[in-house]
Structure formats: C-alpha cells, structure tokens
Write a protein that binds this ligand. Structure first.
Ligand SMILES: Cc1ncc(COP(=O)(O)O)c(C=O)c1O
Length: 288
C-alpha cells in the first residue's frame, strides 16, 4: 500500500489521518467543503494528511474516491473496504462485553452511509454464532429528515433505495443522500426485525438536550439517534423491559460551534458578589 485514501463527512478522515501518520503512510482525504466542523478538519490537517475540499457534497466525494481507490497501491478506507467493517464490528463486541456478555434487545445507531449498521449486524451475528450471546438485537438506523433515503425506503419494505439530494442539517456527518452500503443495511434491519427513524432538526436539538442533561455531551448525530429512540417509544416499538443501546458516534466537543448555537444558554453576568450566587441558587430552586 503506497497511499491511504477516503471520502469523509469528517470522522473517517480524522481516524485515517491518525493511523496513516502512525504507520508513516501518506493519506489523502476528500471532504465536502464547508460541511465538516472545524474540529473535524483540524484532525487530518494536524496529522499531516493531504486534505482536498470538494465543491459538492459527500456523495460527490464518494464517487471520485471510488475511482481513485480502484488503482494499484491505493487503499480505500471507506466502508467498501471489508477490513473497515471488521473494525466497526468491534462496537458490537464492546457493547456485549459492557453488558456482561449479553446482547441488548434494541440498538439505535446514527446512520448515513450505512456502514455502521451493517458492521453491527456482522458483529452481533458472529457473537451469536459463537454462542457468546443467545439473541440478536433489533437494529435501527437513525437518520435526519435532511438526508433520509434509507428511512424513505421503508415504504418499499426496504427493497429499493432512491438517492436524494441532502439538505442542511446539524448532523453533518450523516448528511449522505446516496449511501453505498444499502444492501448490508437492508439485511441488518430486515433480519433483526429492526427499521429506521428520521428526525427533524428540532428533534435533533431536543435529543441532544436530553442527553446533555443526563451528563453525556452529545453530538447532533447522537441527538438524532436519541430522537429515534423517543419515536420508537412513542410508536410502542419498545417493550417496558427492553434493554436499549444508543450508539453515540462522536463527542459533542467535535461539534461545539453548532451545538453552542442551539443547545446552550448564555452565562448569567453579574458583579462578583455573594448576592449573584444566592440569586443563581434561587434560580435553581435552592434557598439558603
Ligand atoms: C459522527 C458520525 N455519526 C454517524 C456516522 C454514520 O455512519 P455510517 O456512515 O456508517 O452510517 C458517521 C459516519 O461518518 C459519523 O462520522
């Protein structure tokens, strides 16, 4: 392998650049200009990758990189690459280990290119085949209304997918209109009696808030998955005793700018005196 390449909505490029730097192999990443967060762009740049920004969306980047990736000596690290899927499947192993070697009942994962949900299916299937677990979780792909081609495929029982032009969304890493791993994702949801959800931007914000207020600094994609969990609960899809796992795909810190715009309050300003603190305490319902 002479060079590692990928198209990315931000996170794949960050990881590939880090591993490439470690292995001393050059990395070229293709990103949609203006559609990745500053923190995501910082990582490949800091690790010395050659960053090419394309005037288009992720789907345009993917088309170009697949042609480049077919050449000798070039390793494409997107989810077309089976090694990448093996890596992503480890999320299933970690989940089962963290739960004391049992499978959850339901897993909801933020989904764009649909590599993760296919890899989770592969991982959970292997654990069951080996007898480590006795059941398969129902797998749900959480999308956003701005880019929900898989959710739209629900109408056909997930038999066919129609590419869409994605729109603006806080969840930029799943802003993908033409997912490459549709067939694996279809298998994942059909064979586990799972499905899809799609969240509006307001629901993404509400999902992030709910998680933030429980102590996890959620990224918008995780907010979309939380919205998905709430939708499934409202639709009566979740049993009272179901063990539900929500996969959080990124830290909220990677999306600090957009998150700060929509989910945080401005700090209260006051002169430095005891009164200000006493008033703040009263604001949270504590009187001294
Ligand atoms: C933060 C984040 N969440 C979710 C996803 C979606 O994963 P997939 O494209 O495999 O569906 C990605 C993929 O790049 C991501 O970076």
């Amino acid at each position: 392998v002479r060079v590692l390449v990928c198209a990315s909505t931000g996170d794949t490029s960050a990881a590939l650049a880090a591993y490439g730097a470690r292995a001393n192999i050059p990395v070229v990443v293709l990103l949609p200009a203006g559609k990745v967060s500053p923190a995501q762009l910082l990582q490949p740049l800091a690790h010395g990758a050659h960053v090419v920004e394309i005037d288009g969306d992720f789907d345009a980047c993917m088309k170009v990189i697949q042609q480049v990736g077919a050449r000798d000596g070039v390793l494409l690290a997107n989810s077309k690459n089976p090694l990448r899927l093996l890596g992503q499947a480890t999320v299933a192993y970690e989940t089962v280990r963290d739960l004391g070697w049992r499978a959850p009942d339901v897993v909801v994962v933020p989904s764009g290119n649909l590599g993760n949900i296919g890899a989770l299916y592969q991982g959970f299937s292997l654990l069951r085949a080996l007898g480590v677990t006795r059941s398969m979780p129902r797998l749900f792909a959480a999308q956003v209304d701005a880019a929900a081609p898989f959710h739209a495929a629900r109408a056909s029982g997930y038999q066919a997918i129609t590419a869409v032009t994605s729109k603006d969304t806080l969840a930029t890493a799943i802003r993908i209109g033409d997912p490459v791993s549709f067939s694996r994702a279809r298998r994942a949801v059909l064979e586990t009696d799972g499905g899809t959800t799609s969240a509006s931007e307001d629901e993404v914000i509400a999902g992030m808030r709910a998680l933030d207020e429980s102590g996890l600094l959620a990224c918008p994609h995780t907010g979309a998955a939380m919205a998905g969990v709430m939708q499934l609960a409202r639709a009566g899809e979740l049993g009272k005793d179901d063990l539900v796992v929500l996969v959080s795909t990124a830290s909220g810190l990677k999306f600090a700018e957009s998150k700060a715009r929509v989910t945080t309050r401005a700090p209260a300003r006051a002169r430095a005196n005891e009164r200000a603190v006493v008033d703040a305490l009263a604001g949270v319902g504590v009187s001294l």
